[in-house]
Ligand binder design. Sequence first.
Ligand code: FES
Length: 162
Amino acid sequence: MPKKSDYLIDRRQFVGGVVGIVGAIMSAAVGLPLVGYLVSPALEKAEGQEWIPLGTASALEPGVPALFTFSQLRQVGWKRTKINYAVYAIADDTGHVTVFSDDCTHLSCKVHWEPERGAFICPCHDGVFDREGNVVAGPPPRPLDRFEAKVEDGQLMILVEA
Ligand code: FES
C-alpha cells in the first residue's frame, strides 16, 4: 500500500516547479514580441498602388516602342532595397500609350525591342512578341503584361504596386 508521502511533492520540488513556470511565463512575455519583431518584416505585404512617372510622353514616336526605366524601394525580408525596372511604352496615332513589362511571360527573362524585326525578342527560349505585346512565336503562354498608364502634364505615368 502506497504511503501518503509517495503522492506529495517536497518543498524543493514545489519551488523548482514554481520557478520553472514563472521562468516559462517570463520567457514567453519577452520572447514572443521579439519573435514577432524579427519575423514581421518578412511577412509584410506591400499595400496599395502608386503612380510612377516614367518621362515625357512627347518623346514617344507613334508605333515605336521606347524603353523607360524606374526604381522603387522595396522591402525584401528585413532589408529595404532599391530595385530597377524597365518597361516599354508605345504610342498609337491617336496618342494613346500602352506600357508593357519587359518580363517575358514564359520564365521572366528580359525581352528587348528589335526594330529590324519589328518585334520584342526574348533571348532565353526565342520567344517573340509583336509590337502590341502578343505572342508570335516560342513558348510564352500569354502576351506581355501591361501597366495601367496615363499622361499627366506631359508626363507618362504607370500604376504599380507600392
Ligand atoms: S523566358 Fe522568354 S521564352 Fe522562355
